[in-house]
Design a protein around this ligand. Sequence first.
Ligand SMILES: [Zn+2]
Length: 142
Amino acid sequence: MIVFDLRCARHHVFEAWFGSSVAYEEQNAAGLVVCPICGNAEIEKAVMAPNVGAKGNQGPAVPAEALKAAISALAAAQSKALENSTWVGTAFADTARSMHLGEAPVMPIHGQATADEAKALVDEGVPVAPLPLPVVPPETCN
Ligand SMILES: [Zn+2]
């Protein structure tokens, strides 16, 4: 499925789902695509614009299903990336710093850091990166 922003001859802009780009072209050529606001059948693709402000309270432009799929793909990628990584919890900043300074054996770790701690690490040149998704600390899994 593919979603298009469409616009009728009276400048109403609306979203419509089609099986494919070709399906849209065929249905539009056959006059099957009509404006839900005024019924006008002179439809063309609207220029895509960032979803900022103008659409008001219509909700997110990304369908919930697509968002869910994207998040679970991200979650899968993240847990794979963390497979060989050790959870160090709130000791993350200290551990990362020790490894960076050669005071501790270097290994993949992940854990919690405050915004200030994370900023300090970055300032010190310690290679850290935020995870895209929150991680449930292992000790709370039980
Ligand atoms: Zn219209």
